[in-house]
Design a protein around this ligand. Sequence first.
Ligand SMILES: [Zn+2]
Length: 75
Amino acid sequence: MTVSNCIKCEGTVFEAVEVTIEGVDRALFAIQCTGCGGVVSVVEKHDSASMIHQQNRALIFVGQQFGMKLGLDTE
Ligand SMILES: [Zn+2]
């Protein structure tokens, strides 16, 4: 398997650091090289897919309390 590396210093260890980008009102993480701080990517702090799965599990739970089938059959 190929190891990901920084294009600036060839470091192979990265970290997620919360960043503010002017004009963007969402919470974001910069994925940056721990060696030189070179940014390789920016991702949403809140993963939308995980939030949807959590919401689906909550719907299923509430439905079960009332004997109803709510939520999607994804589990
Ligand atoms: Zn680097």
